[in-house]
Design a protein around this ligand. Structure first.
Ligand SMILES: C[S@@+](CC[C@H](N)C(=O)[O-])C[C@H]1O[C@@H](n2cnc3c(N)ncnc32)[C@H](O)[C@@H]1O
Length: 325
């Protein structure tokens, strides 16, 4: 089956010139312990890179439920995973609705769950999606294009203090107040609707401060993307609810791409493992200590040198895994 499925495989993502290379695939496959007949969930199926590898290891008799909130990515995944026929079920939804999705499909419990957070290279590099400060396109950044509010709505409608808080909180940007002030000053003249326009406004705030290692707009764009897609809201609750669908011995693997996400994953995993997840001194800690899981990764795993050489975009990946007792 493995060879046949791969031979039949066309990779639709390659045609677009914005191929997404799945991150830490070797580690994901080892940790998930995919096996024939297994039932797995890929909560962020994206372009189906990880899903394809998982599905190859589930045959015969296995099943993969793939979820993504981006309909375009899901269509590409559908084409890529077609050779697996009824072994794969794809759902256009927010993974936060996982309990509903699995209940509707009458699937439970499952052997493993993968969560590969953030955006794909396909989304980032498709100019019409408006994620990149390097393109002169509409400022959009929605993963789910059926959603109403875009990055341009936030930039033009939030108050100066709301913008500053957002850029500080979700972008960890020290110059958030000055950037928010510059945005508000510019939007008084004309609405800010394009990526390059915003990147230019932010860059001008930095200009007096000399050379920057990363593009000056990087953190502001990250903050807007996180806010538009509500990437951090409900993540901890989702991880805990998803955990409830694992069989005993089932595993969950989460890959995150920035410290804000990783902090949430670490906290959720420590709680499930019955460990302290708060910042209080030990004598004041009131964390519940019910041990429901073993942490497989005490510290996050990161990509090895070979992977980084082949795919520099993997550099910020942090992988954590646990097993249900
Ligand atoms: C890093 S990509 C996943 C790539 C995938 N593992 C692959 O190999 O092609 C992350 C994906 O998660 C999706 N996503 C992010 N947040 C989501 C959410 N709350 N619900 C469903 N999908 C989400 C994005 O649309 C994106 O396609």
């Amino acid at each position: 089956m493995r060879a046949t499925a791969r031979e039949n495989m066309t990779d639709p993502t390659k045609k677009s010139g914005s191929e997404h290379i799945p991150v830490m695939t070797k580690e994901v496959l080892e940790l998930l312990q995919c096996r024939p007949g297994g039932v797995f969930v890929d909560s962020t199926v994206g372009l189906g890179g990880h899903a394809q590898e998982i599905l190859e290891r589930l045959q015969p008799g296995g099943q993969l439920i793939g979820i993504d909130r981006d309909r375009e990515s899901l269509e590409l995944a559908e084409a890529r995973l077609k050779p697996f026929g009824k072994s794969v079920r794809l759902v256009h939804d927010n993974y936060k609705n996982l309990p509903l999705i699995l209940n509707n499909l009458v699937v439970r419990p499952v052997d493993g769950i993968l969560v590969d957070l953030g955006v794909s290279s396909h989304q980032l590099l498709s100019p019409e999606r408006g994620f990149s400060f390097q393109s002169d396109v509409m400022l959009d950044m929605r993963m789910d294009r059926t959603q109403q509010w875009t990055a341009a709505d936030l930039v033009n409608k939030l108050s100066e203090s709301e913008l500053a808080d957002l850029i500080y909180r979700d972008g960890e940007e020290r110059l958030s107040r000055r950037i928010a002030a510059a945005i508000v000053q510019e939007r008084r003249k004309a609405a800010i609707t394009r990526c390059a326009q915003l990147a230019d406004i932010v860059s001008r705030v930095f200009k007096v401060r000399g050379h920057q290692a990363i593009h000056p707009a990087t953190r502001t764009f990250q903050a807007l993307r996180i806010a538009v897609n509500e990437e951090l809201e409900g993540l901890e609750e989702f991880l805990s609810e998803a955990f409830g669908f694992l069989k005993s011995g089932g595993r969950m693997v989460v890959i995150s791409f920035h410290s804000l996400e990783d902090r949430i994953v670490k906290k959720a995993f420590r709680k499930l493992a019955g460990q302290c997840a708060c910042d209080a001194p030990p004598e004041l800690c009131t964390c519940p200590r019910q041990e429901l899981a073993h942490l497989i990764t005490a510290r996050p795993m990161t990509p090895g040198p070979d992977e980084l050489a082949a795919n520099p975009r993997a550099r910020s990946a942090r992988l954590r895994a646990l097993e249900r007792i």
